[in-house]
Design a protein around this ligand. Structure first.
Ligand SMILES: [Fe+2]
Length: 264
């Protein structure tokens, strides 16, 4: 499995606090069958160049620790960008994209609110050749009628990433119901952990939620959500969301993981 949304870098946001906690989270990921982790620290509204340098430095530090401990994991760098008006003008946009490919960006919506101008903002990104991946839209749903807005964004060309914990009821009933609804309507492209710690928001939820995903949409779709689509996103390739076989055949070798593990 590949996890495209995690807060594992230590001391940068509300995720891991220390390198030791980061390493514990990585060990939990390995135990859960995760082979590639994209680290996605929160990017604040006014991001200073020094913050970018800090991210880079922290990432290199964690990489060296992973090598020293001989942990069998691949770490790649990305970020989770809070949605705001001038997102398109973020300097060093490639730096903040997932696996720094410049192709996909992970966007965080305000909780319990879908901004009214979001479609315009996403459209501008798409025109620039950047595909927005909307992080946990199910957590922004207050009324079920808002699910229609999410479907409109997907129709526009955005991708969606649900949190595994939402399906396990970790954020309450409304996000759980919304995640189930979006899954059944084939409006979800990726499932990730959005791990923040080694306890209640652990990375292990990615595996724990798999049986529920299989129950809702089947094993093939589950593999698409946790392996095939994440692999293509991190490789900067287009998704082939309705033809899993074709997606598997064309998949880049850059981020390749074992198949057939979902739902086992
Ligand atoms: Fe997050």
């Amino acid at each position: 499995m590949i996890d495209v949304h995690t807060h594992i870098l230590p001391g940068l946001d509300d995720g891991a606090k220390t390198v030791d906690e980061s390493l514990l989270m990585i060990r939990q990921a390995i135990d859960a069958g995760i082979e590639v982790i994209c680290v996605t620290p929160h990017i604040p509204d006014d991001v200073a160049p020094s913050f970018q340098e800090k991210i880079d430095r922290t990432f290199q530090l964690l990489l060296s620790q992973v090598q020293r401990e001989r942990l069998k994991i691949r770490l790649v760098l990305g970020s989770e960008i809070y949605v705001r008006q001038d997102i398109g003008s973020l300097s060093q946009f490639n730096f903040f994209s997932l696996n720094q490919s410049g192709k996909y960006v992970l966007l965080e919506l305000p909780l319990e609110l879908i901004p009214p101008n979001l479609d315009r903002l996403l459209y501008d990104l798409l025109l620039d050749g950047v595909t927005p991946v909307i992080a946990h839209p199910e957590r922004s749903i207050v009324e079920m009628s808002q699910l229609k807005a999410v479907e409109d964004l997907v129709r526009l060309g955005a991708l969606t990433q649900i949190n595994a914990g939402s399906l396990l009821g970790h954020f309450g009933r409304p996000p759980e119901k919304a995640a189930e609804y979006l899954l059944r309507r084939n409006q979800v492209h990726v499932m990730a952990s959005d791990a923040h710690d080694s306890g209640t928001r652990s990375i292990a939820v990615l595996r724990q939620a798999l049986p529920e995903v299989c129950r809702l949409v089947g094993k093939t779709k589950a593999e698409e959500l946790v392996t095939l689509n994440p692999s293509r996103i991190l490789s900067g390739e287009d998704l082939v969301t309705d033809q899993c076989g074709a997606a598997a055949d064309k998949r880049s070798t850059e981020v390749r993981v074992a198949e057939g593990e979902a739902c086992d």
